[in-house]
Design a binder for this molecule. Structure first.
Ligand SMILES: Cc1cc2nc3c(=O)[nH]c(=O)nc-3n(C[C@H](O)[C@H](O)[C@H](O)COP(=O)(O)O)c2cc1C
Length: 225
């Protein structure tokens, strides 16, 4: 392949302005109905759904198209129990043994989170997301990756959006540190655990912290120059 090979731009649909506006409005309405869930039902979710959502995430833009991400999707009860045990051990250090800085604890207080994470076992799926320091667009590539956090963050956002669009609730979970995920998921040491996404249906008893419903209005998050 020549380095500058090109094909005509494709897969693009020009929309009438009214439809564009309607789609933008509808998409906002869809995403405004996403809420982090910390109480999951045990009901199963087909692997094929999770796989398609990961495929969607894998279409994300990335630095030099190196796609520096890996998604380990866990449904095995034994592995979920191992994740829960390891995450709760880290979280006990954070919440109960004073490792958390006071200002961080204060920021988390309105969410009512603590070291107990039963949902890591009850939810049907955990997706551990890893950031790769080296790679490339083809299997076996070992080039240096660029803009790793930006790329993996965008792909993760797309995964959260895909799961929500498929009718699933999620939680973005970040036990700190998360190196235990490499061992449990069998990932190499040079991959950095990025975050752990929990996916499934909300339990009937699930609640939303009202703090999480405060979303900044457009005027506070954007300017049109
Ligand atoms: C990078 C990141 C890390 C997070 N880590 C945790 C976590 O470890 N535990 C948790 O309960 N929620 C975690 N959250 C969820 C946030 O608390 C939640 O997104 C926020 O309160 C807004 O609520 P919403 O997601 O329902 O809009 C995290 C979110 C992000 C983006």
């Amino acid at each position: 392949m020549q380095p500058h090979d090109q094909v005509p731009f494709r897969d693009f649909e020009v929309l009438p302005e009214a439809e564009m506006q309607a789609r933008a409005r509808d998409f906002h309405a869809l995403l405004a109905r996403r809420h982090s869930c910390r109480d999951f039902a045990a009901a199963p979710v087909p692997q094929a759904v999770i796989a398609d959502c990961i495929r969607a995430a894998g279409t994300a833009p990335s630095g030099a198209n190196h796609q520096p991400w890996f998604f380990a999707a866990i449904s095995s009860p034994d592995l979920k129990a191992q994740v829960r045990a390891a995450a709760e051990a880290e979280e006990r250090g954070f919440y109960d043994e004073g490792k958390a800085p006071a200002d961080w604890r204060a920021a988390l207080a309105p969410l009512g989170t603590d070291a107990s994470k039963p949902y890591l076992e009850t939810a049907p799926w955990l997706v551990a997301i890893f950031a790769q320091r080296r790679g490339g667009p083809r299997p076996g590539d070992k080039a240096k990756n660029y803009y790793i956090n930006e790329s993996v963050g965008i792909a993760t956002g797309m995964l959260i959006t895909a799961l929500h669009q498929a009718g699933l609730a999620t939680l973005t979970h970040t036990p700190n540190p998360m190196q235990f995920l490499n061992r449990i998921c069998g990932r190499p040491d040079d991959e950095k655990p990025f975050l752990l996404l929990v996916a499934g249906y909300p339990a009937a008893s699930a609640t939303i912290p009202t703090h999480a419903l405060i979303k900044k209005p457009l005027g506070d998050i954007a300017s049109f120059l």
